[in-house]
Design a protein around this ligand. Structure first.
Ligand code: PEP
Ligand code: MN
Length: 335
């Protein structure tokens, strides 16, 4: 962090600032030029309130030169993290496809979809039991019963399961869950991030918030990691823009950017990113080509009858075609 001192500042004010920095375990390096005085701050500045420093009378401006995230930062962990998701590795060259319905609707439905996506090449099964819906009148998911059905599909197919935790009170039912999804709407629910950091080592699939920057996504990953769980998978699922032709706007350039900033695996969700089943295939292929470590795709046995997100759900036949294209593109993927 570099602090630029206001011109004409009193020496006593600058000394007060230096003492204040030292009291916060910062080693200040002062350079006095003919026009400007700069203070270079060495030490753990993550704990400093940069807005507070900027607001001090004596300060003209403050520039952060380091990143506010440490555990998620590639600078301190140059090798890709490889995360074990119920026996399926993801990251560092390991690529996985998570597929299944938006919501678990019945045991027959989830088992039928699980078998179909497995046959097409999916390596993990998704299915929501606790659903974050925009309307309180929409289907809210089957809850604990839905989780049991998901576990039955895991037993039937051997596919590890991925499902969303909306509230930490649900965690006691998650024993057989392999990957815990923290949804876009909860990306900045700092309490739940700390709780999945403290209480489990299970992989956390952390979805980017609807209007979150990459730095905010990485800071949310940092919450989980700083609380004790290093197994975080980042997920780009489209962001809210002025465009209305798609449900969200897919931001594929974040895949190489996140790989530059962080060692954590990056998964892309082309279903929520587009909201349109026909667009899932091309976006999935593009995400694979740009170097994603995995995909999470919604597949339903009968999309027009789906209780949630039918418009963006692929049929098993569409998914099988997408899997073929993904496999063809994988050897040419960037990185
Ligand atoms: C989901 O995966 O079904 C979901 C609700 O995703 P998101 O949090 O990205 O909207
Ligand atoms: Mn969905």
């Amino acid at each position: 962090m570099i602090i630029l001192i206001k011109q004409g500042a009193e020496k006593s004010q600058v000394d007060n600032l230096i003492n204040w920095l030292k009291a916060h375990n910062i080693d200040p390096h002062i350079s006095v030029g003919s026009h400007e005085t700069l203070i270079g701050c060495v030490g753990d500045v993550a704990h400093l309130d940069i807005d507070l420093v900027s607001a001090l009378d004596v300060v003209a401006s403050v520039q952060r030169v380091g990143d506010p995230y440490k555990a998620a930062n590639r600078k301190f962990h140059p090798d890709d993290s490889i995360i074990d998701c119920g026996g399926q590795l993801i990251g560092g060259g390991h690529f996985q496809v998570i597929a299944g319905p938006c919501s678990v609707e019945s045991e027959e439905q989830i088992i039928e979809v699980a078998k179909a996506v497995k046959a097409a090449g999916a390596t993990l099964l998704r299915g929501g039991a606790f659903k974050p819906r925009t309307s309180p009148y929409s289907f809210q998911g089957l809850g604990v019963e839905g989780l049991k059905m998901l576990v039955a599909a895991k037993k039937e197919t051997g596919l590890p399961i991925v499902t969303e935790l909306m509230n930490f009170s649900q965690f006691e039912y998650f024993n057989d869950v392999d990957v815990i999804q923290i949804g876009a709407r909860n990306m900045q629910n700092f309490d739940i991030l700390k709780e999945v950091g403290h209480n489990t080592q299970k992989p956390i699939l952390l979805k980017r918030g609807l209007s979150s920057t990459l730095q905010e996504l990485l800071m949310s990953a940092e919450y989980i990691m700083a609380s004790g769980n290093p197994n975080v998978i980042l997920c780009e699922r489209g962001i809210r823009t002025f465009e209305t032709a798609t449900r969200n706007t897919i931001d594929l350039s974040v895949v190489p950017l996140l790989h530059q900033f962080s060692h954590l695996p990056v998964v892309v969700d082309p279903s929520h990113a587009t909201g349109v089943a026909r667009l899932v295939h091309p976006v999935a292929v593009a995400a694979t080509a740009i170097g994603a470590d995995g995909l999470i795709i919604e597949v339903h046995n009968d999309p027009p009858k789906a209780k949630c997100d039918g418009a963006q759900s692929q049929t098993p036949q569409m998914f099988a075609e997408t899997m073929k294209a993904i496999k063809a593109v994988r050897p040419y993927a960037c990185r």
